[in-house]
Design a protein around this ligand. Structure first.
Ligand SMILES: [Zn+2]
Length: 277
């Protein structure tokens, strides 16, 4: 599943390609699962809209749309947003109309530039929706914009393992399994530590680690585990930098103690029993 750095990489790639372009028409497939808003609402918001920007909010890709005003009582362009969640296997492709329409294509946007933007998702956990008023809220705190004043209260009185708290999208948006493990390693915290027992100083170190890991991953174009590819079809290379994730039994890069793997809330967690307390 693409995590925050992958989604950021994809959103930046899309912004380079389609910002400023106009959606002339949209085709939506028959499968109901990918449509979180009714098909006619998606069509109404997208058709004849100009894509002003493409950006990431949490793990969502948000297309800010400007529509020509059809109601003379309200001056200026109207705003709407097209929101794409890639789920497990969702992909957005920018391509020429003549390129083969892949199986599991659920949406095709015809762009004024002559290209097409397609949404392909074999497993159909991805979601397409629109916010007609342009007021989409992704929920949770954006980790790269978080400061300590907003980060500390997330964990106050929370008896769950810190790993679970990091993965809780209502608290922090976009941090997934890989980056949670890597951040906890850099902060020297065991994944099972109760969130409420961690000192402010340690949480400050954790916030710095989360940001550091995410920024490094974004610079490297996201991790490429399973079948993630960015909008160019290029793979990211962050997996080469993993210090604990997926390294069960291998020596810790700091102290050579074998990396341990445990399961917390159904998710694999990797840590060094010596470096992390
Ligand atoms: Zn170690």
């Amino acid at each position: 599943m693409p995590e925050l750095p992958e989604v950021e990489t994809i959103a930046r790639g899309l912004a380079r390609r389609v910002a400023g372009d106009v959606i002339e028409s949209i085709w939506l497939g028959q499968k109901p699962e990918p449509l979180k808003s009714p098909a006619r609402e998606i069509a109404a918001a997208l058709e004849h809209s100009r894509i002003a920007t493409v950006r990431r909010m949490g793990k969502h890709i948000v297309f800010d749309l400007e529509q020509k005003n059809t109601r003379p009582t309200k001056p200026g362009p109207t705003q709407a947003q097209w929101i794409v969640h890639l789920g497990m296997t969702g992909r957005l492709q920018v391509c020429e109309p003549r390129s083969e329409v892949l199986k599991h294509t659920h949406a095709i946007l015809k762009l004024k530039s002559g290209r097409e933007l397609r949404f392909v998702d074999p497993r159909r956990f991805g979601r397409l929706s629109v916010a007609r008023a342009g007021n989409f809220e992704a929920g949770g705190l954006e980790p790269l914009e978080a400061d300590l004043n907003r980060f500390l209260p997330l964990f106050r009185g929370r008896k769950t393992p810190i790993k679970s708290a990091l993965l809780n999208q209502k608290l922090l948006r976009g941090v997934g399994n890989i980056y949670a493990d890597e951040s906890l390693f850099r902060a020297g915290l065991r994944p099972r530590r109760r969130a409420s027992t961690i000192s402010c100083d340690q949480l400050a170190k954790l916030l710095a680690s989360v940001k550091e890991v995410l920024r490094e991953a974004i610079t490297l174009g996201g991790s490429s585990i399973s079948d993630y590819v960015d909008a160019d079809g290029e793979e990211g290379f962050f997996q080469l930098q993993h210090r604990v994730y997926g390294r069960e039994g291998e020596p810790c890069l700091v102290c050579k103690t074998p990396v341990k793997r445990i399961v917390i809330a159904g998710r694999s967690s990797h840590y060094c029993p010596r470096c992390q307390r």
